[in-house]
Design a protein around this ligand. Structure first.
Ligand code: SAH
Length: 397
């Protein structure tokens, strides 16, 4: 195997099980690894530390194993079984009310560069690294062994996530199709609510599984309320609000495709169409035009405003402006559920942006809860960067 030799004292983070080797920590590379190849990582005095996928870039090695005897034949089956065991332990896999969850959350499952979402027997995979992209055949085979007859299909949706510079053949498609499988959609249940998921046309793997528990919270507080769901995508929060007894829900997203799916999901759950209105619009413009007090529950779940550190300052300003508008508009005694999924915006910075927004809006605002990503988006304790979703539940008078 190719060897990556670290500079003196640069082995410390690996000894603490951090799953990345940065290019600046490398003294020498012995052999000629191609991007995506397995490499052994060694300290400057020649001690074996770990094995991982090599890639050209700031993260040079993504660690897959810290064991002495790395990556034996059953590696994928072992790792995928571990991931499934966690989802079983949390009551997600095998639940009658929820038939979709994230099976593999990258570093959180010891598999940096890999995301797998499970939709009632269909696994949708996104490789974020060359190594995972190259391993996708073996991963699909591992999924067949782990799920057995339950597995209906495995779809690779890496074209937007895998590095395009590495000369990979980035064409999405099925890695496995069970007998009789057709189409690109599944109907799933999430806490008893029905959703149609289309991984081919939808964003990411087709559905935002990370908001499952926060949607339930919205459902619990929606009875008798007029709800506005901004950046609604396929209407996750809207469906929970309707089943929770909202008087009326308005859903807003700039994507027409997403809004078409919201309408399908409203119909699928059998709600009276008169209780829901879809708007294909810019959420910020829409909010500006909202009369004060019209809504007594507003959900604000924008896309990541900061994708890298350089964008942090502008992103915080954007979060502040958006939240100020939502806080200003919500009816007295109303709730605002506000989120940020930007990994570079930490909890404290986000809370500060929302505090500034509340102050600028001049309303009395209390924090009722701090919201997070759920258990199937587990955070590796040695890789706190994996914690990305944060939210606040506000009560506004
Ligand atoms: N709350 C959703 C996930 C939101 S993802 C859920 O529970 O599933 C962010 C969404 O914001 C995407 O659907 C994207 O289409 C939408 N979006 C991005 N920019 C927007 C804008 N300026 N106005 C309205 N929607 C926007």
């Amino acid at each position: 195997m190719h060897k990556v030799i670290l500079r003196p004292r640069r082995e410390k983070s690996i000894l603490r099980f951090h799953p990345w080797v940065f290019s600046g920590a490398i003294a020498d590379i012995v052999g000629d690894p191609r991007e995506g190849d397995l490499v052994g990582v060694f300290s400057s005095d020649g001690k074996y530390l770990a094995t991982g996928h090599y890639q050209i870039g700031s993260i040079a090695v993504r660690i897959l194993s810290f064991d002495e005897d790395p990556l034996q034949g059953d590696f994928w089956v072992r790792m995928l079984s571990r991931a499934l065991a966690l989802r079983k332990a949390c009551g997600l896999d095998g639940s009658a009310a929820t038939t979709c969850y994230r099976l593999v959350h990258g570093e959180g499952d010891g598999l940096p560069g890999l995301i797998i979402d499970y939709y009632d027997g269909v696994c949708v995979l996104q490789a974020h690294s060359v190594g995972m992209f190259r391993a996708k055949g073996a991963i699909a085979e591992g999924l067949r062994q782990v799920y057995g007859d339950r597995l209906k299909a495995v779809y690779d949706k890496s074209s937007g996530t895998a590095p395009y510079k590495a000369g990979l053949d980035l064409v999405d498609g099925y890695l496995y199709k069970g007998a009789g499988w057709t189409g690109d959609e599944a109907r799933v249940l999430e806490n008893g609510n029905q959703f149609c998921v289309n991984w081919n046309e939808g964003q990411k793997t087709g559905f935002f599984l990370d908001q499952r528990e926060n949607r339930q919270r919205v459902g619990q507080l929606s009875r008798g309320r007029n709800v506005l769901n901004l950046f609604c995508y396929t209407g996750g929060f809207s469906i929970y609000a309707l089943s929770g007894g909202a008087v009326h829900v308005d859903s807003v997203d700039s994507s027409q495709r997403a809004m078409d799916m919201v309408d399908r999901n409203v119909a699928l759950n059998g709600f009276d169409a008169g209780r829901h209105t879809s708007y294909t619009a810019d959420a910020i413009d829409f909010l500006k035009a909202v009369p004060e007090g019209k809504y007594d529950l507003i959900i604000v779940d924008p896309p990541a405003f900061a994708k890298h550190r350089g964008a942090l300052k502008n992103a915080l300003r954007a979060y502040q402006r958006l939240n100020e508008a939502a806080i200003a508009k919500v009816a007295p005694g109303g709730f605002v559920f506000t989120f940020s999924c930007s990994q570079v915006v930490d909890k404290e910075a986000f809370a500060l942006a929302v505090f500034s927004a509340a102050a600028a809006a001049g309303r009395s605002v209390r924090i009722l809860d701090r919201l997070n990503q759920p258990a199937d988006h587990a955070v590796n304790i040695y890789h706190p960067e994996g914690e990305y979703l944060k939210g606040l539940l506000l009560y506004v008078e």
